[in-house]
Design a protein around this ligand. Sequence first.
Ligand SMILES: *[C@@H]1O[C@H](CO)[C@@H](O)[C@H](O)[C@H]1NC(C)=O
Ligand SMILES: *[C@@H]1O[C@H](CO)[C@@H](O)[C@H](O)[C@H]1NC(C)=O
Ligand SMILES: *[C@@H]1O[C@H](CO)[C@@H](O)[C@H](O)[C@H]1NC(C)=O
Ligand SMILES: *[C@@H]1O[C@H](CO)[C@@H](O)[C@H](O)[C@H]1NC(C)=O
Ligand SMILES: *[C@@H]1O[C@H](CO)[C@@H](O)[C@H](O)[C@H]1NC(C)=O
Ligand SMILES: *[C@@H]1O[C@H](CO)[C@@H](O)[C@H](O)[C@H]1NC(C)=O
Ligand SMILES: *[C@@H]1O[C@H](CO)[C@@H](O)[C@H](O)[C@H]1NC(C)=O
Ligand SMILES: *[C@@H]1O[C@H](CO)[C@@H](O)[C@H](O)[C@H]1NC(C)=O
Ligand SMILES: *[C@@H]1O[C@H](CO)[C@@H](O)[C@H](O)[C@H]1NC(C)=O
Ligand SMILES: *[C@@H]1O[C@H](CO)[C@@H](O)[C@H](O)[C@H]1NC(C)=O
Ligand SMILES: *[C@@H]1O[C@H](CO)[C@@H](O)[C@H](O)[C@H]1NC(C)=O
Ligand SMILES: *[C@@H]1O[C@H](CO)[C@@H](O)[C@H](O)[C@H]1NC(C)=O
Length: 542
Amino acid sequence: MASLLHLLSAASLCAGSAVIARPPVISVPGVPPTPGVPLEAFVSYSIEFSSFPDFAGNLSSPNVFSDNLLNNLGKLQGTKPYIRVGGNTQDYAVFNASQDVTEIGIVDPAKSPDYPTTLTIGPSYFESYQTWPGTKFIHGFNLGRNSTVARQGLIDSVAYACKALEGGKLLHWELGNEPDLFKTSSQGPVRPANWTEQDYVNEWLYWTREIKGALQDACPDLATNESYTFYAPSFAGTNNSLNPIVTWEDGIDTDKDIAIISTHNYISGAAVLGVTLQATLMNHTSNVVSIAKQLNESRLLAELSDSLQPNLPFIMGETNSLYNQGRPGLSNTFGAALWGVDFNLWCATNNISRVHMHQGTNYRYQAWQPIETDLESKGTKAPYYGSIAVAAFMGDIAKATPSIVNLPLANEEESAYAAYVDGKLARLIVVNMMSYNATDYNSNYTDDYPRPVERYSFQLSRASRGQVQLQRLMANGSDAISGVTFDGYSYNLELDNGMPVLLSNVTRGETARVGRNGRLSVNVPYSSAVIVHFGEKAAGYY
Ligand SMILES: *[C@@H]1O[C@H](CO)[C@@H](O)[C@H](O)[C@H]1NC(C)=O
Ligand SMILES: *[C@@H]1O[C@H](CO)[C@@H](O)[C@H](O)[C@H]1NC(C)=O
Ligand SMILES: *[C@@H]1O[C@H](CO)[C@@H](O)[C@H](O)[C@H]1NC(C)=O
Ligand SMILES: *[C@@H]1O[C@H](CO)[C@@H](O)[C@H](O)[C@H]1NC(C)=O
Ligand SMILES: *[C@@H]1O[C@H](CO)[C@@H](O)[C@H](O)[C@H]1NC(C)=O
Ligand SMILES: *[C@@H]1O[C@H](CO)[C@@H](O)[C@H](O)[C@H]1NC(C)=O
Ligand SMILES: *[C@@H]1O[C@H](CO)[C@@H](O)[C@H](O)[C@H]1NC(C)=O
Ligand SMILES: *[C@@H]1O[C@H](CO)[C@@H](O)[C@H](O)[C@H]1NC(C)=O
Ligand SMILES: *[C@@H]1O[C@H](CO)[C@@H](O)[C@H](O)[C@H]1NC(C)=O
Ligand SMILES: *[C@@H]1O[C@H](CO)[C@@H](O)[C@H](O)[C@H]1NC(C)=O
Ligand SMILES: *[C@@H]1O[C@H](CO)[C@@H](O)[C@H](O)[C@H]1NC(C)=O
Ligand SMILES: *[C@@H]1O[C@H](CO)[C@@H](O)[C@H](O)[C@H]1NC(C)=O
């Protein structure tokens, strides 16, 4: 405990730590020419279809803890996160109108130990859409299972889904998760090897028209061209067994009902050899390389002929650190929270304008565990604090859309971004991703190896002067899985059911000053991040 206090005060004061000055001075442009512009609810989530009832609860037993965590983000970014309900199990879920229990799932450990690969849902599944006030959803329909029973179930489910989502809860629909893996899925292929982009497009058009027909009967308000819209094509990648560009050429948007181009990304896989926290996640280059695939896709889409040119927002509809639900010791650590901050902001910088971080019950990369299970305790997990920091950096997007740019730094274990509002610098963030292993150093080397602190110096334009406020994203080290705070607040379950609680034992309320020469310096301990707020009060509950 003493060592934690020591380290947290070192965060601001650097007592006992060698401060490493980071040359060169980082120049912050006055007004950026081509910034990234986020959409509302930039910080959003994707929830595994089979886990959604765990996360949201139902009408008689709503999950208030989850709702509190979503409200925290809503207060920071102006809109509660949008929730995409989908993932692999979206394409396993067969609807049965006569089933009186919410879900019947069978886990086949050979296919996946983490979710059911055989799954039926009943009408009460849709109660879960009614437990989080003021939240908008993307409901994922099943395209994968195409037996006659599954196809009938799809159409039967429409009335239940639309009744649950009427009255402003529906954002968009989705039909099919990662159809570019339908032929090759390691959980079992669901289409023949000769299934082409055109086959996919034909099926997608056929079933989206059938769904619209069912909506016309059940919920006519949601069947107008204005309200009937999709996230698509929701591919796992840019070069799997189907090419997303070809799906546009083959007419996926014939009916002009696609609102958002959705793509998925995982930096690497949980079981991939050589994956480490420092090299794979706490590494800005790793994000740049991985997201480059998606940036190619959005560029190629923009180059399509005018008649096909989708000119639609491009987002990450499902993403997280390591596919196959993450690896313990990596995806659930504070280091992964820092990774998530850099990943989200690199997306924002590049006009990937919303990011849905994926999670499911017991998943290692989850932002929170919604219920108690034999495998994982209910609670707020370290990656949630990454979402909080990103939302705080974005500010109230609904009120004032920020413009986001990256500030190139010398090393790949660090990154910095600037946010502008109304043409003025509003916020800076520095993410230091140099590993500081709390397990090793806090207990063994507290005196011998104090946590290093780096000093970052910025050269600001004429407009930015005076006092600035700092907010820190902090924990004991990159391997810590608990004890994370943002700006001195904890969102832990145990304290107030996920509501913000100000801790008295963490430093906050720091300020710094921009010199008359426009120079600003901030100290950032290894494995931590700091947000600098200019000319405004830091947003939040304060
Ligand atoms: C700080 O306060 C929180 C909440 O009371 C507690 O869980 C944590 O252990 C404290 N940390 C230290 C170093 O005392
Ligand atoms: C992002 O999109 C906006 C328009 O919404 C544009 O002005 C800006 O230049 C784009 N930025 C990048 C990096 O492409
Ligand atoms: C609602 O959730 C509770 C708690 O999980 C469960 O016991 C109950 O059966 C659910 N109700 C319905 C209608 O599924
Ligand atoms: C649907 O659920 C009912 C009630 O449990 C069951 O009797 C029926 O066999 C199910 N239908 C199918 C196609 O599985
Ligand atoms: C299922 O998909 C295959 C391959 O595309 C197709 O041949 C078959 O007709 C489909 N079955 C149904 C019921 O749609
Ligand atoms: C595609 O493969 C399926 C089964 O493997 C076969 O029945 C069908 O004829 C093939 N279609 C074409 C166009 O080759
Ligand atoms: C996809 O991969 C193939 C080789 O498998 C390559 O020829 C092609 O250029 C790649 N396309 C894109 C868009 O990266
Ligand atoms: C709605 O969209 C469909 C498909 O693009 C189109 O055929 C139809 O004319 C549209 N209806 C209206 C009222 O615009
Ligand atoms: C960071 O990631 C890049 C791209 O994957 C890799 O080449 C580099 O070696 C990584 N850096 C470290 C320090 O591991
Ligand atoms: C992006 O596209 C360019 C050519 O257009 C290609 O050289 C590059 O390899 C692609 N990068 C990725 C990550 O797909
Ligand atoms: C540090 O201490 C922990 C337990 O306190 C021990 O498990 C670990 O092996 C030690 N690490 C080193 C590098 O000595
Ligand atoms: C931290 O150090 C411990 C002990 O050496 C090691 O087992 C663990 O893998 C390290 N964690 C990280 C995230 O590097």
